[in-house]
Design a protein around this ligand. Structure first.
Ligand SMILES: *Cc1c(COP(=O)(O)O)cnc(C)c1O
Length: 466
């Protein structure tokens, strides 16, 4: 199994190399050269299996020789052992043909833990074998950062730097990033928005001298290892509703397009998925793209679902690559236009391809809040605002095919929005109850590449001395 870049110029890599590399050197994203498929019998045999067993069967064809079966099983077991629910990703019913997939039982209460906990295990196994040390730099709209810190805190051969937009993450999100006391954890509050953080990160990866000097590794949602780990819960949930004998659809609260792209991979692997519905908040670039065939950046307006306050949706590039019949040159041109001209027009053929796989919808702030209130009243389920965006959009796409809406975070991660909608302050799970008493450690940084790079260099040098 080899991995190729969506821009067609970077060398093909193994799974291990693609995972450790993150962004390709031509600026593209790694995707498998071919998507392995599972037979109807293989999918049917997943019924009733543990999450870990399904994870092994879904991911094994993608990892090549990187881990032995025994090793890979033990990494999967370790990754999900810290989850607060035995099913890992339990499904609850909201109404006729509408189900909610709870992806918030991991250590930092958002779906990012599914990928990050496994990536942490896989990175550690790989680094132990090679004896190398790496610097992980991640940009976060809130949840990736805490999940990455949780996965890498305390590891000897890893420093983890997280860039988050100052003042634009919830207090719970911030505290999850700033309270870990391990010396290898560095929370950096950037004076800018999430897109600024993500752009600074891309610039660091494209500065090859810096990239090699600090042994930069990325765990953002562009990392193929993360997408792969997310494919698993599409299978586990669909199978529990009768797949492969019955089709299902999914609605996915979307920002960077990583999570929903994992659903597309599940479909390509043979899971009978009817529709994949992109749900956006008021920062609706993807919904507009699906309506017009043109992707145009507008400013980000902060919302009550901050983890989706994104205008540059990185993983959309992977979908475009397939939409253009895997023509890396066209993708490179469109991405250059997005960066330099603020947008690009998708060709008619590629647009038809996208519409063949994805639907979309948008929820306003008022609709999101009203959905939290309504679900509390009708089902007793307390939704986080991101999950509420998903439920609202899914309601417009219900049919006789079961719809699974992904609940991407725990309500206690966004208490202000939930309390405003329900009058109830959602409590943190007991294992995190002292979060507000823990001491914070954070460095405020200008939105400027040179400042960020010099802080990273200095922190690493400090650690090497000690
Ligand atoms: C990251 C995140 C999203 C968006 O996921 P993408 O993979 O970026 O599309 C949605 N909801 C929550 C709670 C998140 O943390």
């Amino acid at each position: 199994m080899r991995y190729i870049s969506t821009r067609g110029e970077a060398p093909a890599l193994t799974f291990e190399e693609a995972m450790m590399t993150g962004l390709a050197r031509d600026g593209g994203l790694y995707v498998p050269e071919t998507i392995p498929t599972l037979s109807t019998d293989e999918i049917a045999a997943m019924a009733g299996q543990s999450y870990e067993e399904i994870a092994f069967r879904v991911m094994r064809p993608f990892i090549g020789e990187t881990f032995t079966d025994v090793e890979f099983r033990s990494l999967i077991d370790a990754a999900y052992a810290g989850f607060g629910h035995a099913a890992r990703a339990p499904l609850v019913q909201l109404g006729p043909n509408h189900f909610l997939l709870e992806l918030f039982h991991g250590p930092t209460l958002a779906f990012k833990d599914f990928a990050m906990q496994l990536i942490g295990q896989m990175f550690q196994a790989s680094l132990t074998r090679s004896g190398k040390r790496i610097t992980i730099v991640g940009a976060t709209s809130g949840d990736t950062g805490s999940a990455a810190i949780e996965a890498f805190r305390g590891l000897d051969n890893v420093d983890v730097f997280i860039l988050f937009p100052h003042g634009r993450v919830s207090e719970v999100q911030r505290r999850q990033m700033t309270t870990p006391s391990e010396a290898n954890v560095h929370a950096l509050a950037v004076d800018g928005d999430f897109d600024d953080c993500q752009a600074a990160l891309k610039d660091m990866f494209n500065d090859f001298q810096f990239r090699d000097e600090v042994a930069l590794a990325g765990v953002n949602s562009i990392n193929w290892g993360r997408v792969l780990a997310q494919v698993v819960y599409y299978f586990s949930s669909a199978v529990s509703l009768g797949a492969p004998h019955r089709k299902v659809s999914f609605t996915v609260p979307t920002g960077n397009f990583g999570d929903i792209f994992a659903g597309y991979i599940a479909k390509m692997m043979g899971l009978p998925v009817e529709r994949l519905v992109i749900a956006t908040n008021q920062n609706d670039i993807l919904h507009r793209t699906m309506g017009t065939g043109t992707q145009t950046k507008e400013g980000v307006t902060p919302s009550i679902s901050p983890s989706m306050d994104i205008q540059v949706s990185s993983n959309f590039e992977r979908a475009l690559f397939d939409a253009y019949g895997r023509d890396g040159k066209v993708v490179a041109e469109q991405m250059a236009d997005l960066k330099d001209k603020g947008g690009f027009a998708i060709s008619q053929g590629a647009f038809e391809w996208l519409k063949g796989h994805f639907d979309s919808g948008r929820a306003s702030e008022e609709e999101t809040s009203a959905t939290i209130t309504a679900q509390r009243d009708v089902t007793g389920e307390i939704l986080c605002p991101h999950s509420a965006v998903g439920v609202k959009v899914a309601e417009a796409h219900l049919s006789d095919v079961p719809m699974i809406t992904l609940a991407t975070a725990h309500p206690a991660k966004f208490p202000a929005a939930v309390e405003a909608a329900t009058g109830v302050h959602p409590a943190l799970p007991p294992r995190m109850a002292d979060l507000f008493e823990r001491e914070e450690r954070v460095t405020r940084v200008a939105n400027d590449l040179a400042s960020l790079q010099s802080i990273i260099r200095a922190r690493i040098a400090e650690k090497v001395q000690n």
